[in-house]
Design a protein. Structure first.
Length: 146
C-alpha cells in the first residue's frame, strides 16, 4: 500500500489538532524542532537505498514495512500431556499469636487537596502530550527526509 506522504501528514495533523487542540505556538515549535532535529546528530542514521528514494518526478510516498512471520526451524514436537493429580490437605497448624499494631509514624503523611490533585493530573497530561507530540514530529520529519 502506498500513501502519499503529504496525505499521511495532513491526516495525522488534522486528527492531532482536532483531538488535542494544542496552541498554534506549540504546533510551530514541534514542527520546526522535528524538522531541525531530523537533519542533526540526534537523527537516526539513514542508509541511502534506491527503494526509499522517490524517482525523479514522483512525489514521496509513505511505505509502511509489513513484518513477515518467521517460519519454525528444526523439529516441532507436540505438546506434552498433563496428568491430573490429587490434592492432599496439609495438617492443621496452630494460629500465631496476635501482634500489637505498629506505632503511628512521627512525620505527617502528604495531604492532597482537590486542587493539588487536579494540578498534578494536568501537569502529567501536559508532559505526556508534549513528549508524545515531539516524538511523532521527529518520526514524521524522519519519514519526510527519508
Amino acid at each position: 500500500m502506498e500513501v502519499p506522504l503529504w496525505l499521511a501528514l495532513l491526516a495525522v495533523g488534522y486528527l492531532g489538532v482536532k483531538l488535542i487542540r494544542p496552541p498554534a505556538w506549540l504546533i510551530a515549535v514541534l514542527l520546526l524542532g522535528g524538522f531541525l532535529l531530523a537533519d542533526s546528530v540526534l537523527a537516526p542514521p539513514s542508509t541511502p537505498s534506491s527503494s526509499n528514494r522517490p524517482r525523479k518526478g514522483e512525489p514521496p510516498m509513505f511505505r509502511p514495512k509489513i513484518p513477515t512471520m518467521p517460519t519454525p526451524t528444526g523439529h516441532v514436537s507436540p505438546p506434552a500431556v498433563v496428568e491430573p493429580t490429587t490434592i492432599v490437605p496439609a495438617a492443621q497448624t496452630p494460629q500465631p499469636a496476635p501482634v500489637a499494631p505498629a506505632p503511628a509514624p512521627s512525620r505527617p503523611t502528604v495531604q492532597l487537596t482537590p486542587g493539588t490533585a487536579l494540578a498534578l493530573v494536568g501537569v502529567g497530561t501536559a508532559v505526556v502530550l508534549v513528549v508524545g507530540a515531539d516524538l511523532v514530529s521527529m518520526l514524521l520529519a524522519d519519514a519526510i527526509t527519508g
